[in-house]
Design a protein around this ligand. Structure first.
Ligand SMILES: NCCCC[C@H](NC(=O)[C@@H](N)CCCCN)C(=O)O
Length: 479
């Protein structure tokens, strides 16, 4: 009788997994929108005459507000002060607003040569939209982590986190595979519009989740608060931990060598491996696809057999090999690109599956929310700076290519060629050798450097684990 009274919604496996699917599908959509432009790099550069620096400015916008305006820390505070429901719906709305701004950037006919604070108007508006969207997306990411803890703590939490990440990867895959096809069949703005409409569906799913959350809250209102509210002093406790810094810096270095890969890989495929721009996202799209099965699998292995720090080191070493393969100028065969992306998929499953469940072994439960927010913050510094650096290095090491592309675009416009045909004409000039291909080799050395440093921090983390006894090498499931 008493047991029956105490049973809550989260005791039902069906309800728990339904909740997980609701919030994970919203994250899937958010990750889709995050990569919607990634496979269109060459198409966008030859349609709008963007330089590598312009491309880096837009794709690096993830961190402008999250880092400089401390929006990520703010989102963490809002989550702890205002709760899951407020932050879920708020972040959903912010994502949609940012997406609309980004859609406007591509749908609007900006005057040729017009600038905002010295930056090309379309680049500026697009970067602004993406920066706003990313405030919502990262806020949603923290909120979903909190939701998973709320519903799965003491149950299948690692599997739930792995499943959420797997669905997020499916979102990246959908963007890399689908976006060039939509842009090809319709237009670049249509691809952004489809992503924006999908985000509205994501918001509806968040609202449905909130109804479940209200029901659960009514059932557990007598129970003690599960997590302490955010306090600035919590940050002090976290930042004094060496282990925390090793994992946060490893996170920055590792993710900076993976997520910016999405943004620059289609350019690499076209310019180094000779892939057609309309299918430039196909080989990179293998990356998230492979991780869909492997992330939960490696999570399961970590849960059962341990070796968390070793798994992270193995993932980092694999990433050094992958980026070295992409760097070596002589390796230009398509199968090499496919092989390297498959290896990258394995690395991208190994590190996250061990990294995120390791944080609770280093930081006490009480400071966990703040710790995740702070790791996201550190990580966003890399996700912002690395694409900008890549764009600048790409331009500097390919003098004259942007100028030739821009002048060809201007000539085609002057001849009255419709905007949607210009990209193909520019590509024809590149294939004929009238406009040189971009050489990505020096740019790729940045990735190689990042992955070597990530490996070093993996070893430092393992040494610190041995010293402090965090238990990173032990299984998560206690026998
Ligand atoms: N429970 C933690 C899940 C984190 C998943 C992780 N996401 C991030 O680190 C985001 N801050 C960055 C997303 C950037 C996407 N371009 C992941 O592995 O996806």
């Amino acid at each position: 009788m008493t047991d029956a009274i105490k049973k809550t919604l989260r005791d039902s496996a069906g309800a728990r997994w339904f909740v997980l699917i609701l919030v994970s599908v919203t994250m899937l959509i958010a990750y889709t929108f995050m990569e919607v432009l990634s496979p269109l790099q060459t198409l966008i550069q030859s349609t709008y005459g963007w330089s590598g620096t312009d491309w880096g400015l837009v794709t690096g916008a993830q961190g402008y507000l999250n880092v400089f305006a401390f929006m990520l820390i703010f989102s963490g505070i809002v989550l702890d002060k205002m709760g899951i429901k407020f932050t879920a719906i708020g972040s959903g709305l912010v994502m949609i607003f940012g997406a609309i701004v980004k859609y406007y950037a591509f749908a609007h006919n900006f005057e040729i040569g017009s600038t905002i604070i010295g930056i090309d108007s379309r680049v500026f508006v697009s970067a602004t939209g993406f920066a706003i969207f990313c405030v919502g997306a990262e806020g949603a990411g923290i909120t979903v982590s909190r939701i998973i803890v709320k519903w799965f703590k003491g149950r299948e939490m690692a599997l739930a986190m792995g499943t959420e990440m797997a669905l997020a990867r499916l979102g990246s895959f959908l963007a890399l595979f689908g976006s060039p096809r939509i842009a090809d069949a319709f237009s670049i703005p249509t691809a952004v519009l489809v992503g924006t409409i999908a985000l509205c569906i994501g918001l509806i799913l968040f609202i449905v989740y909130c109804l479940m959350d209200v029901r659960l809250d009514k059932q557990i209102e007598d129970e003690a608060e599960e997590e302490e509210p955010f306090k600035i002093s919590d940050l002090g406790v976290i930042i004094k931990s060496k282990g925390f810094w090793y994992i946060a810096i490893l996170c920055l270095l590792f993710y900076s060598a993976v997520f910016p890969f999405y943004k620059f890989s289609s350019g690499l495929m076209v310019n180094k491996f000779g892939i057609d721009p309309s299918t430039a996202g196909d080989i990179p799209s293998i990356l998230p696809f492979g991780t869909i099965l492997l992330t939960p699998l490696f999570g399961f292995i970590y849960d059962k057999y341990g070796k968390g720090a070793s798994i992270m080191i193995l993932g980092a070493v694999l990433l050094v090999i992958v980026h070295t393969i992409f760097y070596i100028p002589a390796l230009t065969a398509t199968w090499v690109a496919i092989f390297a992306v498959v290896l990258l998929g394995i690395a991208f499953s190994l590190v996250p599956s061990a990294m995120w469940p390791s944080v609770p072994k280093i930081i006490p439960d009480k400071q966990l929310g703040s710790a995740y927010a702070l790791i996201f913050y550190v990580q966003n510094i890399g996700l912002m700076l690395v694409p900008i650096l890549l764009g600048v290095v790409l331009d500097k090491t390919n003098p004259g290519v942007n100028e030739k592309t821009e002048s060809a675009i201007l000539n085609f416009r002057a001849e009255g060629i419709p905007a949607n045909e210009i990209s193909a004409k520019v590509q024809a000039l590149r294939e004929a050798g009238d406009i040189p291909m971009f050489d990505y080799s020096s740019t790729w050395l940045i990735f190689v450097g990042l992955t070597i440093l990530a490996t070093v921090f993996g070893f430092l983390l393992k040494a610190e684990d041995r010293k402090k006894g965090y238990g990173l090498e032990l299984p998560n499931i206690e026998k």
